[in-house]
Design a protein around this ligand. Structure first.
Ligand code: MG
Length: 303
């Protein structure tokens, strides 16, 4: 496994970390919106959704009283699908606000969906840790869980079917697929509940979009947790951590660490050329220019 620093091959020449906007409390869930050329992200703990505009460089409030929205993704029609701690479900943004797509499984509510990814077949996969239910109400409405555990679910909009796909993770959090959709990556942040070993990214084998085996440890950033992550077009995984962004090769080898001066929660690729990495980190949204892009949108269209 490679552990040398490959920052020079990953980042644009002379690229530096830029702070685009600040003033959030806990920024998370960044998503590049190609049509409006904006980065939308959540400030979970002030219960707002924010946006940063690519053309003007200005940030604004997209929604107050946002029901503690967290992670989001585009579906194949270009709709924003996002996790809602407050609604304890998945919702879809529309012209008249957000509407719930699904908020229960076998009669009970989810915990507080945290992060989401859309598969090539259109199914929506999301993690369901309990952070929105915790005492204190910083990230939602305190309350009991309706089912025991914290699962990863797959929701199929066409049929309305929702199925648990991973039930072995303490606190599933970040989620992504390998480019060939033969691996499901899920981070476990259960260390915050006393499961000190549960602080890593797991890789689950997939066959025909079914998890067919136990997860194995793929990577574990040495500082802090892997809250959220994304892949680039080469299949490398760019993950948040306590002290920056870590980039891992598909074999789990560490390629680079990009220092960030605040705890990082999540990342996404975007910009007009798709080669800019947007980073939500505690109070701020940052950007760094890279030599790669996210997997192209065309790769994720339903054929
Ligand atoms: Mg998260």
């Amino acid at each position: 496994m490679s552990t040398h620093d490959e920052s020079a091959t990953l980042l644009a020449p002379g690229a530096g970390l830029e702070r685009l906007t600040t003033g959030a409390t806990w920024a998370e869930g960044p998503l590049w919106l190609p049509e409006s050329r904006q980065v939308r992200f959540s400030d979970v703990r002030t219960n707002r959704i924010l946006q940063w505009d690519y053309a003007s460089g200005e940030a604004s409030v997209f929604r107050e009283a946002a029901e503690y929205a967290n992670g989001r993704a585009l579906d194949h029609r270009g709709n924003v699908v996002q996790c809602s701690h407050g609604r304890r479900g998945l919702e879809q943004e529309g012209p008249h606000g957000a509407r719930v797509l699904v908020d229960r499984w076998e009669g009970g509510r989810f915990n507080s969906p945290n992060d989401v990814v859309v598969a090539r077949d259109g199914s929506i996969w999301f993690t369901d840790p309990p952070y929105g239910l915790q005492p204190g109400g910083e990230e939602g409405y305190p309350g009991p869980q309706d089912y025991e555990g914290c699962f990863v679910f797959r929701h199929t909009p066409e049929t309305g079917e929702t199925t648990p796909v991973v039930t072995s993770v303490v606190h599933p959090n970040g989620i992504a697929f390998s480019l060939d959709e033969r691996i499901l990556y899920v981070s476990d942040t259960g260390h915050d509940a006393g499961h000190l070993e549960a602080c890593h990214i797991l890789a689950f084998p997939l066959r025909d979009m079914t998890v067919e085996g136990p997860g194995t440890v793929f990577a574990a950033p040495p500082n802090g947790a892997s809250d959220g992550f994304t892949l680039d077009r080469e299949g490398r995984l760019w993950t948040s951590a306590g002290d920056g962004v870590y980039v891992y090769a598909s074999d789990g080898g560490l390629l680079a660490r990009l220092p960030v001066p605040e705890t990082v929660s999540n990342v996404c690729f975007g910009g007009d050329a798709g080669n800019e990495l947007f980073i939500t980190a505690t109070t701020s949204l940052y950007r760094i220019r890279t030599l790669t892009t996210g997997p192209s949108v065309a790769d994720f269209r339903v054929s």
